[in-house]
Design a protein around this ligand. Structure first.
Ligand code: PGA
Length: 257
């Protein structure tokens, strides 16, 4: 899916901004700051309704949706299918974001969404993350379960279109106190990689991008990459701010050892 030496920055706009004009302005700004970027893939995930407008300006910046429904069409009021998303220019879809899980998406639902997205040719950004950390490491089992259930019956071939965003819930959004510590992230990223390796094999696991999300900003981005051992970020709040430029620049200038 993605070149391993490349970094990845996913901008998750969530339910922002309030109108098309602002969406266009933020997107064009993101596009402008991406102009000289060569070693970082930038994926903007706006609300569904802005996808058609933004895809007309897209090029260098890829587009993704923030969710998808698993059925292809029919009586599912309020839902949007993978084909519809693809049809308006998105190549990616975030599935399993904790804010969707909080609204009722179980691992089983997430699995159905992943399968529908992959079948349609969308690449998947699968979010996983624990609510809290306990000293005995039960959160690792929780993560492993989330990964196994979300990827149930996803074949090795399909798996190559998936990246995993590790987003500890306690680090996400305005109520969180801080991003994860680099060392803790490193250990968790290794654990996720090991889980994927047990499921799909070493090479496949090594080829899968693991991102980090949760209070990423220009101050902690470097530590997250240097110590965390991840390939990029899923950025929420800062993806709507000028600071996104600094985060992308940090990813771009990061040297993989
Ligand atoms: P945040 O959100 O960067 O605002 O913490 C991250 C996310 O929810 O993906």
């Amino acid at each position: 899916m993605s070149n391993k030496s490349k970094k990845i920055v996913v901008a998750n706009w969530k339910m922002n901004p309030e109108n098309e004009e602002a969406a266009k302005r933020i997107f064009l700004y993101t596009k402008k700051i991406s102009k000289k970027i060569r070693k970082t893939d930038i994926i903007v995930c706006p609300p569904f309704v802005y996808l058609p407008l933004l895809s007309s300006f897209a090029r260098k910046v890829s587009l993704g949706a923030q969710d998808v429904f698993w059925e292809e069409n029919g009586s599912y009021t309020g839902e949007v299918s993978a084909r519809m998303i693809k049809g308006v220019g998105a190549k990616y879809v975030i599935i399993g974001h904790s804010e969707r899980r909080a609204l009722g998406d179980s691992d089983e639902i997430i699995n159905k969404k992943i399968k529908a997205a992959l079948k349609t040719g969308l690449s998947v950004i699968l979010c996983v993350g624990e609510k809290e950390r306990d000293p005995h490491g039960a959160y690792l089992e929780f993560l492993s379960n989330q990964i196994h259930l979300s990827l149930g019956k996803v074949s090795k071939k399909e798996f190559s279109s998936i990246m995993v965003a590790y987003e500890p819930i306690w680090a996400i959004g305005a109520k969180s106190y801080k991003a994860i510590d680099g060392q803790e992230l490193h250990e968790t990223a290794l654990f996720i990689r090991k889980t994927l390796s047990d499921m799909y094999g070493y090479t496949e696991a090594m080829d899968t991008p693991i991102l980090y999300g949760g209070s990423v900003n220009a101050k902690n981005a470097n530590e997250i990459l240097t110590e965390g051992g991840v390939q990029g970020f899923l950025v929420g709040r800062q993806s709507l701010e000028k600071e996104l430029k600094d985060i992308i620049d940090i990813a771009e200038s990061f040297k993989t050892i």
